[in-house]
Design a binder for this molecule. Structure first.
Ligand SMILES: [Ca+2]
Ligand SMILES: [Ca+2]
Ligand SMILES: [Ca+2]
Length: 235
């Protein structure tokens, strides 16, 4: 789903039962394409979510379980079962914003329990407004939690190249354009100058945060000066 609909930010992963670790190799050998996690008796995800074999648990963008389906009872080979699960995933992948203020409902409810907060508000007084805290997936209730963005210097082929790493909300309520410039005047996001390193990595820490890394190509890095900026635009 994620590979086919990159704009939807649907992530699907498998969680093996704690006592069934011996079957992991079987899953690997069967060319499983899903990220595959092993539950443990300490974590007890199966127990906490009351999972039985072949359950599908759908989480919202705050990692809260909102729907459960069982693929033995509802065989996906039946078109109505397939469509029901697909439609539920599609619906949840688009965050609702009832008051149309740019902050998704589940984010507002998750942090504040209501829809009364505003994008320009700064409830924790840390200088980052709520829209910025949401966009970069920091906590709007903790002044110690600020949008995380950091630079680094890489050396592809022995030449210096600037990189940036930042955290973002994993949902698709905002688009991030990362650009580089040799002079702070002319900016570009051409892949000949800057590229994403690896994939967007969901942290699965309950905040909906994902981490992403961009880096100048050796072409951009070879210029006398270089800068990177992260620009956020509405989708
Ligand atoms: Ca809202
Ligand atoms: Ca704040
Ligand atoms: Ca904060």
């Amino acid at each position: 789903m994620n590979a086919a609909n990159t704009g939807l930010r649907v992530e699907i992963l498998g969680i093996n039962m704690a006592s069934q670790a011996e079957y992991n190799q079987l899953v690997v050998d069967s060319h499983n394409v899903l990220p595959w996690l092993q539950d443990t008796s300490e974590q007890d995800v199966w127990g906490k979510w009351r999972i039985i074999q072949r359950d599908v648990v759908v989480l919202d963008s705050f990692n809260r379980p909102v729907l459960k389906d069982n693929l033995t009872q509802h065989d996906l080979g039946q078109v109505q079962n397939y469509n029901a699960l697909k439609n539920a995933l599609l619906q949840l992948a688009v965050p609702a914003d009832t008051d149309k203020d740019g902050l998704p409902d589940d984010w507002e409810y998750g942090w504040f329990g209501n829809l009364a907060v505003t994008p320009t508000g700064d409830e924790d007084g840390d200088g980052a407004d709520n829209l910025t805290e949401f966009t970069f997936s920091s906590s709007p209730k903790s002044p110690a939690s600020l949008p995380f963005i950091d630079g680094y210097l890489a050396r592809p082929a022995g030449k210096p190249a600037l990189g940036v790493i930042f955290r973002r909300f994993a949902g698709n309520a905002a688009q991030f354009v990362v650009e580089t410039s040799p002079d702070l005047i002319n900016w570009t996001n051409r892949t000949s100058e800057i590229f994403r390193v690896g994939t967007v990595r969901n942290l699965y820490d309950g905040t909906g945060a994902a981490e992403v890394r961009y880096q100048q190509t050796s072409t951009a890095g070879a210029k006398p000066a270089g800068f990177i900026r992260v620009r956020v635009v509405s989708p």
